[in-house]
Write a protein that binds this ligand. Structure first.
Ligand SMILES: CC(C)(COP(=O)(O)OP(=O)(O)OC[C@H]1O[C@@H](n2cnc3c(N)ncnc32)[C@H](O)[C@@H]1OP(=O)(O)O)[C@@H](O)C(=O)NCCC(=O)NCCS
Length: 298
């Protein structure tokens, strides 16, 4: 639907007023604030907005296409992620998000992305399914620890306020090996969003192994979201640095193909989890149980 008072703009990050209007829309609709990430210098031009502005310069509806460098099924390529999909309440159900997503998907095809993915809020699922996205189950790997252990020294929590720590995460994220060859993202700027904003209390440096681990402990379960370094250690090498004697389980939020023999820590299982509502459109090559690391989620 064409609404004459609305102006469509794409890739306008060089216009501070438009960028601020985009930020205001996302703050109002999702309550998220990108400014810390932006001020730290990690804003990413590959995160490409398609936005409708009203005559007062307010962003009323927006969709972002994030061109992501990923490893999928052992192959390095770029794929498209849709995110930041939002329409102001008074403008909803007039086809705006649909129209913007259409533009974003056309651009994604021009960029040669073999597929697009997104994480859907429940009420947005019909919109995405109309656009050709289909749900894909993700698999959580859980390891029941066969023995309790005290941590060995060598890990420290990183401080998002420390420029040295931020530089360390950035360097390792630039040099990183894929945490999984099934699926992982190689996107240092997005890693920094998690280190500075969304998981700012959950980044650890394991110095003896030269890796940063994004992990959080909840109810005696160590949830590991990503491991960032030039080489990916086996889980039984890295876990002892992060261990707590009360731990009963470790959960991996990525496919465990680079994690060595999990049986050295305990019995492992993989079960589908639907919490992220992963949807994919296009030729998605994977048949193995997969999980998209949180640091692949814009
Ligand atoms: C989801 C959202 C972006 C949709 O924006 P919108 O501009 O209203 O979407 P559209 O008008 O283009 O919707 C196109 C179609 O999608 C489906 N759809 C959209 N919103 C829907 C809803 N709330 N419930 C069911 N179907 C919906 C419908 O099929 C709709 O067509 P119809 O109105 O002819 O029935 C908007 O509701 C929003 O900002 N929600 C809050 C933020 C959010 O959840 N974003 C998605 C995060 S993954």
């Amino acid at each position: 639907m064409d609404i004459p008072e609305l102006q469509l703009r794409e890739a306008y990050w060089d216009d501070p007023a438009a960028k601020a209007a985009f930020g205001a829309l996302l703050r109002e609709v999702f309550g998220i604030d990108f400014s810390l990430w932006d001020r730290a210098g990690f804003w990413d031009d590959d995160y490409r907005p398609f936005t409708l502005f009203d005559r007062d310069g307010r962003a009323v509806s927006s969709v972002c296409l994030y061109s992501m460098r990923v490893v999928v099924g052992g192959r390095l390529c770029r794929v498209g992620q849709l995110s930041g999909v939002a329409t102001r309440p008074e403008w909803r159900r007039r086809g705006l998000a649909m129209r913007l997503a259409g533009h974003a998907l056309a651009r994604s095809a021009e960029f040669g992305h073999p597929f697009q993915y997104l994480f859907a809020d429940d009420h947005a699922v019909p919109l995405y399914q109309r656009l050709g996205f289909a749900p894909v189950a993700e698999y959580l790997t859980s390891i029941e620890l066969s023995s309790r252990r005290a941590p060995i020294a060598g890990a420290r929590r990183l401080d998002p306020e420390s420029p040295d720590d931020v530089r360390l995460v950035h360097r390792l994220a630039c040099e990183r090996a894929p945490v999984s060859l099934e699926f992982s993202a190689l996107n240092e700027r997005l890693v920094l969003y998690y280190a500075l904003v969304a998981l700012r209390d959950a980044f650890w440096f394991v110095e003896p192994l030269g890796v940063v681990v994004a992990a959080r402990r909840v109810d005696h379960v160590l949830k590991v979201y990503d491991i960032i370094g030039r080489e990916i250690p086996a889980l039984d090498e890295v876990y002892p640095y992060l261990a707590d004697p009360m731990d009963r389980q470790v959960q991996l939020y990525f496919a465990p193909d680079q994690m060595g023999d999990l049986a050295r820590l305990g019995m492992s299982t993989q079960r589908p989890f639907l919490g992220n509502n992963l949807h994919v459109r296009g030729s998605f090559p994977l048949t193995a149980p997969v999980s998209f690391p949180i640091t692949a989620q814009a």
